[in-house]
Design a protein around this ligand. Structure first.
Ligand code: SAM
Length: 206
């Protein structure tokens, strides 16, 4: 891991993912988490204030980046829910099958290199009847925006730790054997359109 990824990127991600517009999207899904929750790519812990501690038993926080874990510490110190760190050696989530009631995925599917395996793993660990809560940015349905997302993606990925601008999030979720129950799509206010098309919703094991 480079010095940039270790010491600078966590601050950039924390700032970008901490905007008011993004926080408004978190508010739509995070309070719906219940029981044993697995948060994929917990980052700097920006979802932590939005958990409903009356409904959540605890959170498994999966985060491969040491820099992001360090950055999360301040939010963890103030957390009303217990967070247990999880590693992901070889892309394998270290949990039994059917062990999570909720999997939470916010602004992370854009970054996971092998998204297909990751979604298969989420599908494995989520209980029958459990839910996948998602809130992600990705490919715009507008051709002119998508054209710029495709053009700028290689540079964006380098600066933003592997984040893709142009992933078709709902398609990926469905290809991961989830069925989407509700979904809202929108451009975030005060956000460049190339990074601002959001998919926010709930999916279940298909
Ligand atoms: C843009 S950040 C979002 C962080 C957080 N989910 C949020 O909403 O603020 C993407 C996160 O995904 C993490 N990540 C990268 N590869 C991953 C993987 N294979 N599995 C889980 N998380 C991963 C990164 O380390 C980073 O913390």
């Amino acid at each position: 891991m480079s010095l940039y990824e270790r010491y600078i990127l966590p601050h950039i991600i924390d700032m970008g993912c901490g905007s008011k517009a993004v926080q408004m999207q978190r508010r739509k899904v995070v309070p719906l988490a219940e029981g044993r929750v697995l948060e994929i790519g917990i980052g700097s812990g920006l979802n932590i204030p939005f958990y409903n501690s009356k409904k959540v038993d605890f959170v498994w926080g999966l985060e491969p980046s040491e820099g992001m874990r360090r950055k999360a510490q301040r939010n963890l110190n103030r957390s009303a829910v217990e967070v247990k760190w999880l590693d992901i050696p070889g892309g394998e989530i270290q949990l039994e099958d059917n062990s999570a009631d909720t999997v939470l995925l916010t602004y992370t599917l854009c970054t996971i290199p092998d998204w297909h395996t990751a979604l298969r793993q989420m599908h494995r660990v989520i209980k029958p009847g459990g839910k996948l809560l998602f809130c992600e940015h990705g490919a715009s349905p507008d051709k002119s925006v998508l054209k710029w997302q495709n053009r700028l993606n290689p540079v964006w990925k380098k600066i933003c730790g592997g984040c893709h601008l142009n992933r078709p999030i709902s398609k990926y979720i469905e290809e991961g054997s989830f069925s989407i129950k509700t979904m809202e799509t929108l451009y975030l206010p005060m956000t460049p359109r190339i990074a601002g098309f959001n998919y926010v919703g709930i999916a279940k094991k298909a």
